[in-house]
Write a new protein. Structure first.
Length: 78
């Protein structure tokens, strides 16, 4: 269930397994990050994917999207 806008989603606490860190998995998560359109979508990704996977995938994010992600993270971490 996805909470209504404005509600905080918990951050995924799943332990990373080797399957999460395969090139295919990292590429998929990078594509998901590149497709984010707003802070709520980024919050949903943080809820779904482990932090280590998001960090690794963020290395492959398009430069213009990287700026958006920084802004959204600031908003989400308030």
């Amino acid at each position: 269930m996805i909470p209504a806008d404005g509600q905080n989603l918990p951050i995924c606490e799943t332990q990373v397994t080797p399957e999460w860190l395969t090139p295919e998995s990292i590429q998929y998560v990078a594509e998901c990050i590149n497709d984010c359109e707003n802070a709520q979508m980024l919050a949903e990704l943080r809820h779904i994917f482990p932090r280590q996977v998001l960090t690794e995938a963020s290395r492959y994010v398009k430069p213009h999207q990287r700026q958006n992600i920084r802004l959204w993270l600031t908003e989400l971490n308030k």
